[in-house]
Design a binder for this molecule. Structure first.
Ligand code: ZN
Length: 268
């Protein structure tokens, strides 16, 4: 297997931790830190158009509150996994029952929104403790993509003792010795070029290279605010260049569930 996964976190716009509160907020653009969903919704529709034009299936990690706020039906045909209920930091929720309540709400929201049971999980803020990952099988979840893995020639998913497949996001160093991860965040903030990610991926000989982004980040910069239409076009074009670049170096697009199922079929 030499695959790449397009993963997209569908969550509240420019989400931030609110000290002392469990639900996340959105960055304050002058009207407070209450959650906003408009950039997330617009970015979702732009990304779906792009993926559908390219004939590519993505995996969305969707938080319950955002699923209820946007037109979730557009994700039909793509994989929809879970990403919390109110974009909680699960490591800060003490006790298994509190975490169970979040996971239960997240699973129900996906079923309500798209009619299918989720099978994949990414923790908000990429913060999942062992207790959370240990609870995933109770909720029908079979794969976790909440961790970073050191970039190497082999990025084969690993199976945990409880049966969960770990399909992590790679991170490493670029030719100039600077840290790079397969989260496209810096590219949306104009600090990385599409080629940087393709070069990074080209070092993988086998396994799954998991790219990650957020829907809101297609139309809103954390540092510069809502983007102009020109900036949005450039940003979306850069995402396209990354995906085309992956295909050009012979990597095959797969969903997280696609990768997991391929691993399950391999002889032990
Ligand atoms: Zn998130």
């Amino acid at each position: 297997m030499r695959a790449f996964c397009v993963t997209v976190d569908l969550d509240r716009d420019v989400n931030i931790l609110i000290p002392g509160a469990v639900p996340a907020g959105s960055i304050d653009r002058g009207s407070g830190t209450g959650p906003r969903f408009s950039s997330s919704e617009r970015g979702l529709s732009l990304l779906i158009d792009l993926f559908d034009r390219m004939g590519m299936k993505a995996t969305f990690f969707a938080e319950a509150a955002t699923l209820k706020a946007v037109d979730a039906g557009v994700m039909s045909g793509h994989e929809v996994g879970i990403h919390g209920a109110e974009h909680e930091d699960l490591t800060q929720i003490k006790g298994a029952d509190g975490k169970r309540a979040v996971l239960e709400e997240a699973v129900a929201a996906v079923k309500d929104a798209v009619g299918t049971a989720p099978a994949s999980f990414r923790a908000p803020y990429m913060r999942a403790d062992e207790e959370t990952v240990g609870l995933l099988p109770e909720f029908g979840i079979k794969a976790d993509s909440s961790r970073y893995a050191e970039m190497s020639r082999s990025l084969m998913p690993k199976r945990l003792d409880n049966g969960i497949w770990e399909i992590p996001v790679p991170e490493g160093t670029d030719a100039g010795g600077k840290k790079i991860s397969a989260y496209l965040w810096p590219m949306h903030e104009s600090k990385r070029r599409p080629e940087d990610y393709v070069r990074m991926a080209s070092a993988m000989e086998e396994g799954a290279f998991v790219l990650a982004t957020h829907t809101w980040h297609i139309v809103e910069s954390r540092e510069r605010g809502i983007m102009s239409e020109t900036e949005i076009g450039t940003n979306l074009g850069n995402v396209r260049k990354v995906l085309e670049g992956m295909e050009d170096i012979g990597m095959r697009p797969m969903t997280i569930t696609g990768v997991r199922e391929a691993m399950e079929k391999r002889p032990v």
